[in-house]
Design a protein around this ligand. Structure first.
Ligand code: GDP
Ligand code: MG
Length: 182
């Protein structure tokens, strides 16, 4: 089948989580194959896009980043509007970033107001698993998986934007999960 016959699909993905957990880094790794140690509060584009092919579909992931407002929890309605998937990220080395996951999850449900909150596609990413070879980890994989199980079996990936570990796999799952009801 040639590409023109394939079904095209645009999916809006939003990425939430505390400041500094690696949201922008994960997106840059996935879309541009780049990583920077330097911390820059996110500026510029509201979203980046990446095309991928899944079965007979050409999928464009439109991935929205928070422009540093995560500290104030003041992302506007336009940010959430029409989202097809919500990726929540925490840092496995900082317990507080795991404890705030409920706030991000609840905030998303409140703001995006999906028709069926129980069935809405969420994905959880535990990032920075590379740090100190895992010896500074504060949140166990089991704890994260239990959180996901309690919320209707949300898919979970442990990632490293720095080492390019599981990033493609995570976003492939984002696309797959978003297409489930298609
Ligand atoms: P954001 O505020 O959630 O967008 O976080 P950033 O993507 O800006 O990352 C914050 C800091 O963590 C930056 O200094 C990044 O270089 C660093 N960082 C992001 N991901 C990783 C990772 O997987 N491993 C390590 N070691 N550092 C990371
Ligand atoms: Mg950022």
């Amino acid at each position: 089948m040639d590409i023109s016959q394939k079904r095209r699909k645009l999916l809006k993905v939003i990425v939430l989580g505390d400041s500094g957990v690696g949201k922008t880094s994960l997106m840059n790794r996935y879309v541009y194959q780049k990583f920077s140690q330097q911390y820059k509060a996110t500026i510029g584009a509201d979203f980046v896009t990446k095309e991928l092919q899944i079965d007979d579909k050409l999928v464009t992931l439109q991935i929205w980043d928070t422009a540093g407002q995560e500290r104030f929890q003041s992302l506007g309605a336009a940010f959430y509007r029409g989202a097809d998937c919500c990726v929540v990220v925490y840092d496995v080395n900082i317990a507080r970033t795991f404890e705030t996951l409920n706030n991000w999850h609840d905030e998303f449900i409140k703001q995006a107001d999906p028709t069926d909150p129980e069935a809405f596609p969420f994905i959880l990413l535990g990032n920075k698993v590379d740090i100190d070879g895992g010896s500074s980890r504060m949140v166990s994989e089991k704890k994260a998986r239990d959180w996901c199980a309690a919320r209707g079996n949300i898919p979970y990936f442990e990632t490293s934007a720095k080492e390019d570990y599981n990033v493609d796999e995570a976003f492939f799952c984002v696309a797959k999960t978003s297409l489930v009801n298609d």
